[in-house]
Design a binder for this molecule. Structure first.
Ligand code: RIB
Ligand code: CA
Length: 322
């Protein structure tokens, strides 16, 4: 969303976000947050296979951009992890990834260009200005980093939804969060890239971003199209939360990661050494954190330990209110 005042009246520069997504029900809400924020220009969405196969994720992203009344370009990226078969999560987000609500999620056309190259070109064109927000598996970001290592010192921030944070359990295996599980090799490439990484793990979502019945009522009371959309598409995620992860409603990992990207000030975080287990199962995708600085893992990422629930929902309600 461009500023309502228009560039000639603005004394500030719109912040530029580039969002990499495996668009499903929580990604879509995070996308709406960024598109609705008056100080943020979403320069592009790049899409990666994850929650759903690539083509569906692309269509879901295009639908969400259109729902928000924007024309932000959506680019196609990797249709599978770097070295593995694709693991999807339709059992969590629905066969279409958007809660199987019968939405018209076909027939829209993505922009010309390949996502990893778009990530490289965008960061190089705006050195020091791009906040890269990966909210799916890190395949596109890893490929971009391997193709163009120089982007590490040109990107302003990289705010990743991924991992289990400081002490969290997994959501796809006992110790692995989905985005890190799908493509652990890509995670290791990114962790060793030198990029300014900020990790918002699933533990932050389960502690501060669960859409309980009360929060659901607050969002629906906004009575806007994107508020109703944001709740309706969580139908499958809500069932998964109740039945599998014992939460009091669907949780919003990508939206709370987006909140941190938008405003990191309420967060508690620490700069630590982080690595990832490549395998074998059941270790695949497990995040390894050097909490006490033993030194085997060089410090490489800021891990968010806490993001206050009220700060998150206050921002979410504000951004879904129009
Ligand atoms: O583990 C949660 C993450 O996996 C979120 O990004 C969700 O959209 C799925 O991609
Ligand atoms: Ca996601």
């Amino acid at each position: 969303m461009s500023s309502i005042l228009g560039a000639e009246y603005c004394s500030f520069t719109m912040r530029k976000f580039l969002i990499d997504t495996d668009t499903a029900s929580d990604d879509a809400v995070a996308m709406c947050m960024a598109l609705r924020h008056p100080d943020i220009e979403v320069v592009a969405f790049t899409v990666v296979a994850g929650n759903v196969p690539l083509d569906q994720a692309v269509q879901n992203a295009l639908y969400t951009v259109e729902l928000c009344g924007e024309t932000t370009p959506v680019y196609v990226g990797a249709d599978r992890p770097m070295l593995r078969d694709l693991t999807t999560a339709m059992e969590v987000h629905g066969d279409d990834g958007m809660g199987d609500q019968g939405l018209d999620l076909q027939g829209r056309t993505p922009a010309e260009g390949w996502a990893p190259q778009v990530i490289i070109d965008t960061i190089r064109a705006h050195p020091g200005e791009i906040t890269l927000v990966p909210i799916g598996p890190l395949t596109n970001v890893a490929i971009a980093s391997l193709m163009a290592p120089d982007i590490a010192e040109k990107v302003e921030r990289v705010v990743i939804m991924g991992g289990t944070g400081e002490h969290g359990p997994g959501n796809v295996s006992p110790s692995a969060e989905f985005n890190f599980f799908v493509d652990p090799e890509a995670v290791r490439v990114v962790l060793r890239s030198g990029m300014p990484l900020e990790l918002v793990g699933w533990d932050v979502s389960t502690s501060s971003a669960v859409v309980t019945a009360e929060r659901r009522a607050e969002i629906l009371a906004l009575d806007t199209d994107i508020a109703k959309f944001s709740i309706a598409i969580q139908a499958t995620l809500g069932s998964f939360a109740w039945d599998e992860t014992r939460l009091a409603g669907p949780d919003f990992p990508d939206p709370i990661a987006m909140a941190h990207a938008i405003d990191p000030s309420p967060a508690t975080s620490e700069f630590l050494g982080v690595d990832i287990a490549i395998g074998p199962d059941p270790m695949r995708g497990t995040m390894i954190v050097d909490h006490f600085g033993f030194g085997q893992i060089a410090k490489n990422a800021t891990i968010v330990g806490h993001y206050p629930e009220d700060a998150f929902f206050d921002m979410l309600l504000d951004l879904l209110s129009t």
